[in-house]
Design a protein around this ligand. Structure first.
Ligand SMILES: Cc1cc2nc3c(=O)[nH]c(=O)nc-3n(C[C@H](O)[C@H](O)[C@H](O)COP(=O)(O)OP(=O)(O)OC[C@H]3O[C@@H](n4cnc5c(N)ncnc54)[C@H](O)[C@@H]3O)c2cc1C
Length: 496
């Protein structure tokens, strides 16, 4: 079948899945008034793949000559990564900074298990690499949307999975082994767009020890599997939301869900890690490596929109020439372009594993980029909120703006600079409110891994030998280990 139409994608979700949202079981996720927002955002993946203008970028012929999503192909060269960046940019620009989630996150998990599974096979004689390849083909041939289930609910964060005190199910684990597969129990949380996906790829979120063997688990599971329950995050908007008041939240609902496994059967052929605890951390680490490209590319596109909104609010309020505003706009432009440049640099200097032909962004640069954008996000929202004014919090609803009884008053009094239609100013105000919501704040800090995780990687990957060699040379401290760059440099100052 290969590429699905948007309608075929929507039809594929009517499969008896167990989803709850706002206190109610959802009989059909495709017609629910709020989940429909996620449905349409997800469907953009299928809309774009069908568009002849984008087919060369977004799709690729598989070994049978059939067109499949390029997102489901393993990336094997720097050029593949650059192409993937262009793909994520297109997805993000089309969807107001947030790439359609159909394959956006889990493709990186698929690559992670592609890299790690042959290592496990080599050590234990398992056949996970074959399983992963068959799963990839299944996803490609049926053009399936899939979510990434990495983050466990975790309980007490200071304890490993098997050390948890209240119960043993804070991390997804095997509770029974059968000849033809395993039974799993536990819960993953924050799993973006899972209720509107066909499949979920499950993998461990941390390194494990031997005691945690039962938790060292990676597998693919259909969303309608028996025993699986998905509880959607509370939506930010309610039924009847309009795109004037919520241009972003009304068109993008990422629908992060808590996914509960109540003794779900996973057949052997869908298992990619089962008890080989020493590889759990490698899967999580490789996911982060691949996922940095996605996260950093879309974030730069979101910042382009964000900085544009700040500049327009300055224009609309007549403060575009004020020195403090120019200063803030300069900072926002630097922030936007630095994220774009760092993200691209990570791809230009891409890395690979010794035993794999897949490539991923340079992890040092990529972690710096991720940390930089997340750490500065609140500074950026502070600036845009300052420029836009208090109206971001207090703006009347579009229902009042378009109410004939109040429209003339609001039109007159909520105007900005002469020549700027009041409606344009209010639309921009609403955009700023959506862009600076608490959801966006938390997403930027935590999604794709918390700040400390990046710091840890940066500290491990940074070339401190080089930094120290430079400092020792300047201080004239003998460098006993020597350094290939600094030992070769001419003496300075010269003895002339
Ligand atoms: C909008 C959104 C979408 C997401 N989408 C997905 C998704 O699609 N799939 C997926 O798998 N995950 C997803 N995530 C999860 C994301 O990766 C996690 O939120 C992130 O890794 C942090 O985990 P946590 O939320 O459990 O927070 P915690 O781990 O509880 O972190 C809270 C704080 O505790 C600290 N901390 C935690 N453990 C320790 C420790 N042992 N020692 C010291 N400090 C510690 C952290 O550094 C942080 O400061 C998403 C998150 C968000 C917000």
């Amino acid at each position: 079948m290969a590429l699905k139409t948007p309608q075929e994608y929507i039809e594929s979700l009517k499969d008896g899945r167990v989803v709850y949202c706002n206190g109610e079981r959802v009989p059909d996720v495709t017609t629910h008034p709020i989940l429909k927002i996620c449905r349409n955002w997800m469907a953009m993946d299928y809309v774009l793949n069908q568009d002849p203008r984008y087919q060369d970028l977004l799709t690729e012929k598989d070994q049978d000559g059939e067109r499949v999503s390029f997102a489901l192909m393993p990336q094997r060269s720097r050029d593949d990564l650059l192409r993937l960046r262009e793909m994520v940019k297109l997805w993000a620009r089309v969807c107001f900074g947030k790439p359609s989630g159909a394959k956006f996150v889990a493709k990186d998990g698929l690559n992670a298990v592609t890299v790690v599974s042959p290592r496990i096979d080599k050590k234990y004689g398992t056949n996970y690499a074959e399983n992963v390849e068959a799963y990839r083909r299944h996803l490609q041939k049926n053009d399936l949307s899939f979510a990434m289930g990495l983050t466990d609910v975790k309980g007490d964060r200071s304890l490993r999975p098997s050390q948890q005190k209240q119960h043993q199910d804070f991390y997804v684990r095997i509770v029974e082994e059968r000849k033809d597969g395993v039974i799993v129990r536990g819960a993953k949380t924050h799993i973006s767009q899972a209720p509107l996906c066909n499949e979920i790829l499950i993998a461990p979120c941390r390194a494990m020890r031997e005691d945690d063997k039962a938790y060292a688990l990676a597998f693919g599971v259909p969303v309608n599997a028996k025993g699986l329950t998905l509880i959607s995050a509370e939506p930010e908007v309610s039924e009847g939301v309009n795109l004037f008041d919520h241009p972003i939240a009304g068109s993008i609902f990422i629908n992060d869900a808590t996914v509960i496994f109540d003794d779900v059967f996973i057949p052997n052929e869908r298992l990619f890690l089962k008890g080989e605890w020493e590889f759990a951390g490698e899967v999580a680490y490789m996911f982060a490596n691949f996922h940095r490209l996605s996260a950093e590319t879309y974030k730069a596109m979101e910042l382009e929109l964000f900085t544009g909104a700040a500049a327009l609010m300055a224009d609309y309020n007549g403060i575009e020439k004020a020195p403090h505003v120019r200063d803030k706009l300069t900072w926002l432009a630097m922030y936007t372009e630095a994220v774009e440049t760092l993200g691209r640099a990570a791809v230009e200097h891409c890395s690979s594993e010794k035993d794999s032909d897949l490539v991923y962004p340079n992890p040092l640069i990529a972690n710096i980029c991720k940390f930089y954008f997340a750490d500065n996000w609140h500074q950026a929202t502070k600036y845009i909120q300052d420029i836009a004014g208090g109206i971001v919090a207090t703006c009347p609803s579009s229902k009042d703006y378009f109410n004939p009884e109040t429209q003339a008053m609001l039109e007159k009094y909520l105007g900005g600079k002469a020549g700027v239609p009041t409606e344009d100013r209010l639309r921009m105000v609403k955009l700023v409110r959506d862009l600076t919501s608490s959801y966006e704040d938390v997403l930027t800090i935590h999604a794709e891994g918390s700040l400390e995780a990046q710091k840890l990687s940066i500290l491990q990957l940074a070339d401190f030998d080089r930094y120290k060699a430079a400092a020792k040379r300047a201080a004239r401290v003998e460098n006993k280990q020597g350094h290939p760059i600094f030992d070769e440099l001419p003496a300075f100052p010269p003895s002339l």
